[in-house]
Design a protein around this ligand. Structure first.
Ligand code: PMP
Length: 277
């Protein structure tokens, strides 16, 4: 395997050569936020939106971020890697404590870390499991504290699934690492933004693009039972693009594989963001 290009506190290096302190607050408290930024045919996809969301996540933690420096580091990282298609993982932590303490010292210097890997978008058909959303009440922050997602997704994996669809008191929230959409007849539905879901960049790109092309999109609060009658369900993320759900192991559904509205949305998304034209 080729060496993975990485950057730690603005110093470029290979991933396997970076050493970090165990007192990094990313390690002890998950006191850190991150982004996953895709690029395709050497074009970064929605780069500004990712940087804006990273800044918002940092603000929510009272962390200051030099967005110009971060942006140029990410661009530099991609060019050093010479990759054409892939994604950058970039993380900002509050810094390294002198000794572990919940209460942080305001003067800590933020710690940044990123790497770039090869990745190509491909059509995926997902088998998913419905599960209760076990997470905290600020899922709108893209925090590295992902234990709820990790436990649910691994439970789903043990049942032969690729992803989960989560619900809080019967209201659909999102996937374990994705946002959810479903379609009925000629309308696309997706849960509204709230503290309970991540404001996905792919979600936003898709909604804007299909609305512009005259497809009806309804954002709202939806109960699990709405999935039982949906003609199509799909999940979106920066690495998946749009991935259709063809099987839900613990819910009766009527989803049709390659449903025409899903295919239309997928084509629109591909043409606009992934074709490089
Ligand atoms: N929700 C969660 C919990 C996620 O982890 C992700 C992927 N980062 C998403 C939604 C999708 O967000 P995006 O489209 O910005 O990748």
């Amino acid at each position: 395997m080729d060496k993975i290009h990485a950057v730690y506190n603005s110093r470029f290096n290979y991933l396997n050569e970076i050493k970090i302190s165990p007192l990094s607050r990313a390690y002890t408290f998950s006191d850190s936020v991150y982004e996953v930024i895709p690029f395709c045919n050497s074009n970064l996809i929605a780069f500004e939106s990712h940087i804006d969301r990273l800044e918002k996540s940092c603000d929510a933690l009272n962390l200051s971020l030099d967005t110009k420096k971060t942006s140029s580091e990410i661009i530099d990282l991609i060019s050093r890697s010479k990759l054409i298609d892939g994604y950058v993982y970039y993380q900002v932590s509050r810094g390294i404590d002198p000794i572990r303490s919940h209460i942080f010292d305001e003067s800590l210097t933020a710690e940044t870390f990123g790497y770039v890997v090869d990745h190509t978008f491909k059509s995926q058909k997902l088998k998913v499991m419905i599960c209760e959303d076990l997470r905290w009440q600020r899922c709108d922050i893209k925090s590295t504290s992902l234990l709820g997602n990790v436990l649910s997704m691994n439970e789903a994996r043990n049942h032969g699934c690729d992803e989960v669809i989560m619900h809080k008191s019967n209201l659909i929230t999102e996937g374990g690492a994705s946002n959810i959409f479903f379609a009925n007849n000629d309308t696309v539905f997706t849960p509204s933004l709230s503290n309970n879901i991540l404001p996905g960049i792919t979600r936003e790109l898709l909604i804007n693009e299909i609305k512009n092309l005259g497809i009806k999109v309804v954002e709202g609060n939806f109960e699990l039972k709405e999935l039982e009658t949906a003609h199509s369900i799909w999940l979106t993320s920066s690495t998946k693009g749009l991935a259709q759900v063809t099987d839900v192991i613990n819910l009766e559904t009527k989803v049709v594989e390659d449903h025409n509205l899903f295919k239309k949305c997928e084509q629109i998304f591909f043409k606009k963001f992934l074709s490089g034209s």
